[in-house]
Write a protein that binds this ligand. Sequence first.
Ligand SMILES: Nc1ncnc2c1ncn2[C@@H]1O[C@H](COP(=O)(O)OP(=O)(O)OP(=O)(O)O)[C@@H](O)[C@H]1O
Ligand SMILES: Nc1nc2c(ncn2[C@@H]2O[C@H](COP(=O)(O)O)[C@@H](O)[C@H]2O)c(=O)[nH]1
Length: 190
Amino acid sequence: MAKGLLFVISGPSGVGKGTVGNALREKLPEITYSVSATTRAPRAGEQDGVNYFFKTREEFLGMIERDEMLEYAEYVGNFYGTPRDFVDQTLAQGKDIFLEIEVQGALKVKEKFPEGIFIFLLPPSLDELKDRIRGRGTETQATIDHRMSVAVDEMNLLRHYDYAVVNDEIDFACKRIESIIIAEHCKVHP
Ligand SMILES: Nc1ncnc2c1ncn2[C@@H]1O[C@H](COP(=O)(O)OP(=O)(O)OP(=O)(O)O)[C@@H](O)[C@H]1O
Ligand SMILES: Nc1nc2c(ncn2[C@@H]2O[C@H](COP(=O)(O)O)[C@@H](O)[C@H]2O)c(=O)[nH]1
């Protein structure tokens, strides 16, 4: 059986990875998403095992020691990582898998899966990015400032990606990503 394709969608915090991801899941219910582990505290409404696997720092470090992470990164004071087994099992079943992760982690995945498809979601502008993070209402002013300063460094790493998708309108961004998925599956040498 042919293995599935691994898609990585990344981009700065607040650009809309989660929002576009949710819209894609509605349109393409067959898509499998990896659920990350994090040491960040849950936000209101977030559920363990659905949005993230919420871990203590000790539990997370244990997962790293046992080599259970495909990649992990420390981002704005918390650890985030992709559990390896679920990704391997999904690909082995011939299904595509989608990772929604920040840029340091995406580059680590690229070292291990150079055949992966790396999509960078861009904001229409930095001002719009700041408005989106602020508008979400989940971060303190200090965290917004920290995330914005990281965002500038992250956008300088766009050259390592295969595709750049501007998230101006959710529907347009979804269509662009759907087109990438279709094109990747039509490749003679995927
Ligand atoms: N195309 C868009 N136009 C306007 N607002 C948007 C758009 N896409 C997302 N948003 C809004 O921007 C905010 C941030 O979106 P979202 O939480 O999906 O970003 P994210 O990239 O997943 O963030 P993080 O990396 O911090 O998890 C949300 O309030 C969302 O409703
Ligand atoms: N390297 C990884 N980054 C991840 C993972 N899961 C999520 N993320 C990214 O972290 C930031 C912050 O997320 P938030 O939920 O606190 O806003 C964001 O860019 C996520 O995409 C992961 O497994 N590895």
